[in-house]
Design a protein around this ligand. Structure first.
Ligand code: ADP
Ligand code: MG
Length: 326
């Protein structure tokens, strides 16, 4: 078994143990390993047990469509085909939003980085730094124009293109889990998939309070926000990375260089949907604080908190509206 998986399993066991000690007051708190991370759902309401079961089932179903690790997923099928093909409406929706963010971010967000991601193997037991010539090959012909969507038809401009929805799919899946909870009449819930969160309604008649972790100090809180019916999504360079000669190599890539993006340590986005927050957190991480805040201006009701590479903090104009005293 590889090291990250063992760590994740240990975390899951810890979380489960914690849940036994502290059952949610009048509701349900459950965790499951999905999408390569620990997913936790807390829900209050009469039908909470069934609602949470159904939400997890929906997440399992969607992961089978969107994961590049599932051979028969939409993503694997399109990647294996030389030209593309028909996908399910759900996958088309994820790709449509991904392509919109790709265009608006000038290609900083990119759904066609599959070969680059495979090359870097950031999450492997013994990751290596790829050669420049391999990076150049992995970047050849990729970019926002390499993929087209027409209804449910995906077209590849380049036969070897590998799709990777890793920067957006988790968010989309959390949104769908929340839809299932709502359909079961749940009015108060929190879904957290490794930093991709949605906070539904309120908690004990108050907004949900969310602590945002400091990117360089695991037990320090960078900021606390109070939100209701909002997504809070954080992308950072501190969860999946390795270090070589004092340099940190992490899993968010700058498509211009093929290297891990260097301008930020972490980006937190507050948005209406987790899918949008997820894609924007990744895009802003690549763009850095100045261009990143410019990008956010295109999205109403969307705020961001950025820790730049030089440790400086940057906030979008409306961020303070959500920030609470720690
Ligand atoms: P996490 O998955 O840890 O929450 P992100 O949402 O930032 O973090 O997604 C990182 C993942 O997104 C990477 O593992 C990779 O699959 C994909 N990715 C990396 N760089 C980019 C990029 N520039 N554009 C779109 N997706 C990316
Ligand atoms: Mg993301």
């Amino acid at each position: 078994m590889n090291r990250p998986l063992i760590i994740i399993l240990l975390l899951a066991m810890l979380a489960l143990g914690w849940w036994r000690l502290h059952p949610a007051e009048d509701g349900v708190r459950r965790t499951r390993l999905l999408m390569g991370t620990v997913v936790e759902i807390v829900a209050q309401g009469a039908d909470a047990q069934d609602a949470v079961d159904a939400a997890f089932a929906e997440m399992v179903r969607l992961e089978k469509l969107l994961s590049r690790h599932v051979p028969e997923s939409d993503v694997s099928r399109i990647s294996a085909s030389e030209t593309g093909g028909e996908v399910t409406p759900e996958t088309a929706q994820v790709i449509a939003l991904g392509l919109e963010i790709a265009a608006k971010s000038g290609g900083a967000f990119d759904l066609t980085l599959g070969r680059l991601k495979s090359l870097w193997k950031i999450e492997d037991e013994a990751p290596t730094i790829p050669s420049q010539s391999d990076i150049t090959k992995a970047l050849a012909g990729i970019g926002p124009h390499a993929l087209q969507l027409d209804g449910q038809l995906v077209r590849k401009r380049q036969p070897q293109l590998l799709i990777d929805l890793g920067g957006i799919a988790k968010g989309f899946i959390v949104d769908r889990a929340v839809d299932v909870l709502k359909a079961h009449g749940i009015a108060s819930a929190a879904v957290n998939a490794g930093g991709d969160m949605y906070l539904l309604g309120s908690k004990a008649a108050r907004p949900w309070r969310i602590g945002i972790q400091h990117p360089r100090s695991a037990d320090a809180i960078l900021a606390t926000v109070e939100v209701s019916d909002r997504a809070v999504v954080t992308s950072g360079d501190y969860e999946r990375y390795f270090e070589r000669d004092g340099v940190r190599y992490h899993h968010i890539f700058d498509p211009k260089t093929g290297q891990p993006a260097r301008r930020c340590q972490s980006v937190t986005i507050i948005a209406d949907s987790v899918a949008l927050g997820d894609a924007l957190a990744t895009a802003v991480f690549v763009l850095g604080p100045q261009q990143g805040l410019e990008l956010l201006k295109q999205f109403p009701q969307t705020e961001g908190l950025i820790v730049a590479a030089d440790d400086t903090l940057h906030k979008s104009p409306g961020w303070d509206h959500y920030e609470a005293a720690p």
